[in-house]
Design a protein around this ligand. Structure first.
Ligand SMILES: Cc1cc2nc3c(=O)[nH]c(=O)nc-3n(C[C@H](O)[C@H](O)[C@H](O)COP(=O)(O)O)c2cc1C
Ligand code: SF4
Length: 592
C-alpha cells in the first residue's frame, strides 16, 4: 500500500491542493481510504490526519470503509422516480441480495441512492464504479446482476449500458454551427483583446449558471486586480436536478468551451485554468483530456498561443459527489483540496478566489457563448432575446413530454411554446430552475424564460396531471437536506427539520398547526442560511403552499377531510393560537 500511495502522491507533486485527485486514486485501488492509508497520506503530504478525514467525510463519493467491488448508485432525481426508479432499485436489491445502503456479505457488491446524476433525459439512471448507466429497466438489471455474480469487470460490460445520448432537439445561434478551432481566438487577437471585452460588454452576456451576473464586468473586475497571478475556472459541477446541458456541451462542443476559457484568460491575463467536472460525468474525462491534448498540438493551449505572447493551460479536476461544490466559492475550496464549504462573500472570487488570487468562475454555457460573441460581435448577439436578457438559453427538458433533451431558444420564449415543441400534454406544471427554482402552474404558461421573468440555469421539468405535487416537493426537500454542507445551523438543522415536518404532513399525520410550523421553518431557513443552497431550500414548499394549498389540506389529519374545511382560515387561527418560540432559539435547542 505504501509504495502505491507514494507513487500517487509523487505524480501529484506532493501537493495537498490535489488531495481530491489523490484520494480518488487511492480509493479506486483499495475500495476505500483506510486508517492506514490516511496515516501514510498525512505523512507524505505533511498535513493533519483530521484534514484528510474531514475531506473524506464531506464528499459522498469517498469512503472510510470498503464499498463493494461493484459499487452501484441509483439516481434519486424526481425524473428517475417518474420513470419507475423505486421499483427498479427494489428489484435490483432483491436480485442481488443486498439491502439499499449496504455492502453484500461477500463484499462483491454495494447498492445506494445518489443525488441526480444528470441523465434526466435518459433515466432511470445510475453509476457503477463511477461510470454512468442510462435507461435502466428490468431486462438490463437482470443482465447486470448476472455480470456482477460472474465477476465480469465493468470494462467488459456491454458498451450500450453506458451510452449517453446528447438528445439535442432544437438548435439556434450557439448549437446550430460549431466554431472552427481557434477561430474565436484569432478574431479576438486581430480585433484586440480590450475591444473584444467591449464586444462581450455590448452583447450583454449574463452568466448562465443561474445568478446572471454580467460576464464582461466579471472579467473586467478580475483583470483590474493588481497581481500577476489570476485563474479561470469553468464550473461544470451541474448538480441541479434536471440540468444536463453542460454534459452535452462538454460531450460535443468541448473545443468551443475551452476556446471561451482561453479567450477569458487572454483578456484577464491568466496562465492557468481549471475545468471542475462533476464526478458523475467521469465518462467524459478521457475524451476531454484528448481535446486538451489536441488543442496543445494545434497551438491553442500552452505557450505562444496562435504565435502570440499568450500562455495558458487547462487542468481538469473531478469533484466527488457534492452538489454544494457548484457554488463558486465552495468549488474553489474544493479545488484547493478542502471540503466544499462556501466562503463568506465579499470578497468575491474575482478579488480573492483560487489561492486567494483573482479568479473568474463561469458556467460552461457562458464560456461557449463568449467564444461565439468574439466571432460575431456583441451587436449581432444582442439582437436575439429580450431587453434585459440577450442571446439564447439552453434548456434541459425532462419529465412528462414526448421529446426530452436539449433545446436552445432566444430568451423570451413562452412556456406554452416550449411545451408544444417538446410534445407535453395535459400539463399540471413545470419546475423551472431545478429544486431551488420556481413551480409554474397551468395558469402561468404565458410567462417567459428570461432574467426579467423566469430565470433558470437550464432545468425544466414537466409534470402532467397524473402526478402528485407533494411527491416532487418531498423529493426536492429531501435533496436539500441531503446536500446541505452542514456548515451553518439554520441550513443544517433547518433542512433536516423541514424534511421531518413535511414528511409528517405528507404521510397524513399533520394538523393545520403543523403547516404553520412548516411555513415558519421555511422562513427561517430562507432568511438565516449562509449561502444560496439554504436560502433556496424552502422554495419547493413555499411556492407550492402558495399555489396549491388544497393538496396540503387533503393530507391533514382528521378535520382536513371535513366538508367546508378552509385551510387559510385554519392556518390563521393556528397562527394566533400557536405559542411560537423564537425560531432561532428553537433550532439551537433542537440542535442540542
Ligand atoms: C448551491 C449552488 C449550486 C450551484 N451550482 C452551480 C453549477 O452546478 N453550475 C454553475 O455554473 N453554477 C452553479 N451555481 C452558481 C455559481 O455559484 C456561480 O454563480 C456561477 O458558476 C457563475 O458563473 P456564471 O456567471 O457563468 O453563471 C450554484 C450556486 C449555488 C448557490
Ligand atoms: S446554507 Fe447550507 S449549504 Fe450553505 S453553508 Fe450553510 S449549511 Fe452549507
Amino acid at each position: 500500500m505504501k509504495k502505491f500511495i507514494q507513487q500517487v502522491v509523487e505524480t501529484n507533486d506532493f501537493q495537498p491542493l490535489r488531495l481530491l485527485n489523490i484520494l480518488r486514486e487511492v480509493q479506486a485501488k483499495f475500495r476505500c481510504i483506510s486508517t492506514e492509508a490516511i496515516d501514510i497520506l498525512a505523512d507524505l503530504l505533511s498535513i493533519e490526519r483530521s484534514q484528510i478525514i474531514s475531506v473524506i467525510e464531506f464528499y459522498s463519493f469517498f469512503h472510510l470503509h470498503p464499498k463493494g467491488h461493484f459499487d452501484i448508485l441509483i439516481s434519486d432525481s424526481i425524473t428517475d422516480h417518474m420513470m419507475g426508479k423505486q421499483s427498479l432499485i427494489n428489484y435490483l436489491s432483491n436480485q442481488l441480495g443486498v439491502a439499499i445502503g449496504k455492502v453484500r456479505y461477500d463484499g462483491l457488491v454495494s447498492l445506494e441512492n445518489t443525488s441526480c446524476t444528470g441523465m434526466c433525459d435518459q433515466g432511470p439512471a445510475g453509476l457503477v464504479n463511477g461510470y454512468a448507466l442510462t435507461q435502466l429497466d428490468k431486462t438490463k438489471i437482470d443482465q447486470i446482476v448476472d455480470l456482477i455474480n460472474q465477476k465480469t469487470p465493468v470494462s467488459d460490460w456491454p458498451k450500450s449500458f453506458f451510452s449517453v445520448a446528447d438528445n439535442i432537439h432544437k438548435t439556434d445561434l450557439l448549437l446550430s454551427k460549431q466554431i472552427r478551432r481557434g477561430e474565436a481566438l484569432k478574431v479576438a487577437l486581430k480585433r484586440g483583446l480590450t475591444q473584444t471585452l467591449e464586444e462581450i460588454n455590448l452583447s450583454g452576456l449574463r452568466g448562465r449558471g443561474g445568478a446572471g451576473f454580467n460576464t464582461s464586468m466579471k472579467w473586467k473586475f478580475c483583470s483590474e486586480e493588481k497581481t500577476t497571478e489570476r485563474y479561470v475556472v469553468c464550473n461544470a459541477d451541474e448538480g441541479e436536478p434536471g440540468t444536463f446541458k453542460d454534459r452535452v456541451l462538454l460531450n460535443s462542443y468541448a473545443h468551443q468551451v475551452f476556446e471561451g476559457m482561453t479567450l477569458c484568460a487572454a483578456i484577464i491575463g491568466s496562465k492557468h485554468g481549471f475545468l471542475y467536472l462533476r464526478a458523475e460525468y467521469l465518462h467524459l474525462y478521457n475524451q476531454l483530456q484528448s481535446v486538451l491534448q489536441e488543442r496543445h498540438a494545434l497551438g491553442l493551449l500552452g505557450k505562444n498561443i496562435i504565435q502570440s505572447t499568450i500562455e495558458f493551460d487547462i487542468e481538469i479536476r473531478l469533484g466527488a459527489g457534492a452538489y454544494i461544490c457548484g457554488e463558486e466559492s465552495a468549488l474553489i475550496e474544493s479545488l484547493e483540496g478542502k471540503p466544499g464549504i462556501p466562503r463568506n462573500r465579499p470578497p468575491y472570487p474575482v478579488v480573492q478566489g483560487y489561492l486567494n488570487k483573482p479568479t473568474v468562475v463561469n458556467n460552461v454555457e457562458t464560456f461557449l457563448a463568449a467564444a461565439k460573441i468574439a466571432i460575431i460581435g456583441g451587436k449581432q448577439y444582442s439582437k436575439l432575446g429580450t431587453k434585459k436578457s440577450n442571446g439564447t438559453k439552453l434548456l434541459s427538458i425532462s419529465g412528462d413530454c414526448d421529446r426530452c433533451g436539449i433545446y436552445e431558444y432566444p430568451f423570451g420564449i413562452s412556456i406554452r411554446d416550449i411545451l408544444t415543441d417538446c410534445g407535453a400534454k395535459d400539463v399540471l406544471g413545470i419546475q423551472v430552475g431545478g429544486p431551488s427554482g420556481t413551480f409554474v402552474c397551468s395558469q402561468e404558461f404565458d410567462r417567459k424564460i428570461s432574467f426579467e421573468d423566469l430565470s433558470t440555469g437550464g432545468s425544466f421539468i414537466i409534470f402532467n396531471n397524473q402526478r402528485n405535487i407533494l411527491d416532487l416537493v418531498k423529493n426536492f426537500t429531501h435533496f436539500f437536506a441531503h446536500e446541505s454542507c452542514g456548515f451553518c445551523t439554520p441550513c443544517r438543522v433547518g433542512t433536516a427539520l423541514l424534511k421531518k415536518q413535511l414528511d409528517k404532513i405528507v404521510d397524513g399525520h399533520g394538523s393545520a398547526g403543523d403547516v404553520v410550523v412548516l411555513e415558519e421553518l421555511c422562513q427561517l431557513v430562507k432568511n438565516y442560511s449562509h449561502c444560496g443552497l439554504g436560502q433556496t431550500a424552502a422554495n419547493p414548499i413555499l411556492t407550492t403552499l402558495q399555489r396549491y394549498p388544497e393538496v396540503y389540506q387533503q393530507r391533514l389529519k382528521d378535520i382536513s377531510y371535513e366538508p367546508g374545511f378552509d385551510l387559510d382560515a385554519s392556518l390563521n387561527t393556528a397562527r394566533r393560537l400557536t405559542h411560537r418560540n423564537d425560531a432561532a432559539a428553537h433550532l439551537t435547542q433542537v440542535e442540542k
